[in-house]
Design a protein around this ligand. Structure first.
Ligand SMILES: [Zn+2]
Length: 431
């Protein structure tokens, strides 16, 4: 049975940093998909209906259908620390965040946090995410169970560290290996889940720990961590790894950089590091609200584009200011617009960064990120609340570009009425 979802449809099947005309939109549009959620057509409603005369029509004419958002960097234990102001990275970790992460030792607390986190991702229209996990295996297991239960596409893994955190968050490389392996073997490839090997960052890992992480890769397992976020952190890493060329080299020498690697931030990066990121096909999770919130700096987007380094976008909650990829894209826009030699961005860039770029960063380009036939019907359905400022602007928007600009500027969690993965609702707003 084919379903036709009728709405105002917009997506970016091409990369706007590489080609003009990347945005494809249909005012009275439709996405047709079959019983297993595979898209069979996208286009103007009349054309799509003519191709599928027997299809069931799901009329959401008052809504905008965008590809489900892809968050490439977000920490599940950190919802309670959103908004912890006035601190830079290392103090923010020490004073606010690591104590909260330590609370995940309590199974009941961790389970409740995991379920809430997954629900809130979906409530923000995020259907795919690379989630930075917890330091405790039972808490990480709870995250996978919650993600599996709701049906989101989640890659995640146990966070491992063996120095410079808090004693209760540190384990030996041997213990990290065996706990990670058990979780990987249980969850990698289960339903829509994948495993991501996750050393917290080089500040909190010895070379032995990073070597242990490397032995867990292969068979589509991802690697994720942080790099080049703040100057204080970079200086700390330099002292911890005196033989390394730079921060990136601490991962590189352990054999951790491949086309399945995703490193968050990369704000303070050398030309040599950019070159090596491009040649290893490592991707970057760009987290602009976090970078501003912790005074880390501004992401050199134009240099990444010029060097051919792939990047998606991440909310980086809890240093990031919320789970909305719409808001995250607006912050990316703001900081690039005020940066010297920044990138002039438009609505197509923002939509690309919030959707298809993330799918590419997570090696899911064949599955999701836009509405090209053959991919899965992962959809964020948005509607301006009655009487809202967004509704007023949309009433006058002359074209889809203007409408999208208004959506990224004004739409937030309350505008997401439904999220679907492979055509199945994973979240429906009830009020
Ligand atoms: Zn992070």
């Amino acid at each position: 049975m084919t379903t036709i979802l009728r709405a105002r449809v917009a997506h970016t099947p091409r990369d706007p940093f590489q080609s003009s005309g990347a945005l494809e939109a249909f005012d009275d549009g439709a996405i047709a998909y079959d019983a297993d959620g595979t898209i069979t057509a996208v286009g103007a409603f009349d054309d799509v209906r003519a191709k599928h005369p027997g299809a069931a029509i799901d009329d959401r004419s008052g809504c905008v259908a965008l590809p489900g958002f892809v968050d490439t960097h977000v920490h599940f234990p950190q919802i309670p620390v959103i908004g912890a102001m006035g601190l830079q990275l290392l103090d923010w970790l020490d004073q606010r965040t690591l104590p909260e992460e330590a609370r995940m030792a309590d199974l009941e607390y961790a389970t409740r946090s995991a379920e809430r986190f997954i629900r809130l991702l979906a409530a923000n229209g995020t259907t795919t995410a690379l989630v930075f996990g917890a330091h405790f295996p039972h808490a990480q297991n709870a995250l996978f169970e919650a993600a599996d239960g709701r049906g989101l596409r989640i890659a995640s893994g146990l966070v491992v560290s063996d120095r410079n955190l808090k004693p209760e968050l540190e384990v030996t490389p041997e213990a990290a290996y065996s706990a990670s392996k058990e979780l990987r073997d249980r969850w990698h490839g289960h339903g829509r889940l994948r495993y991501a090997v996750t050393p917290r960052f080089s500040v909190s890992c010895t070379a032995e720990m990073l070597d242990a992480c490397q032995t867990l890769l292969g068979d589509g397992v991802l690697f994720t961590s942080h790099v080049n976020e703040s100057l204080g952190e970079i200086d700390f890493v330099r002292r911890l790894f005196p033989a390394a060329r730079d921060y990136l080299d601490t991962y590189e020498r352990a054999g951790l950089l491949t086309d399945h690697s995703v490193l968050a931030h990369n704000v303070h990066v050398s030309d040599s590091e950019l070159k090596r990121l491009a040649s290893s096909r490592t991707t970057i999770a760009h987290c602009p609200s976090s970078n501003a919130f912790l005074a880390s700096g501004i992401f050199p987007m134009a240099r990444h584009v010029a060097a051919g380094v792939r990047f998606g976008m991440g909310t980086d909650v809890g240093a990031g200011t919320g789970l909305s990829m719409l808001k995250e894209a607006l912050v990316a826009y703001h900081v690039q617009m005020v940066r010297d030699q920044g990138h002039m961005l438009g609505p197509a860039h923002l939509l690309w960064m919030a959707t298809a770029a993330g799918a590419d960063a997570l090696n899911l380009s064949d599955t999701c990120g836009d509405f090209t036939p053959g991919k899965q019907a992962d959809v964020a359905l948005l509607r301006a609340p009655e009487g809202s400022t967004l509704q007023a602007v949309l009433e006058h928007a002359p074209d889809i570009g203007a409408a999208l600009g208004a959506i990224f500027t004004l739409a937030r969690e309350e505008c997401v009425v439904e999220a679907r993965v492979s055509g199945e609702p994973v979240y429906t707003r009830t009020k």
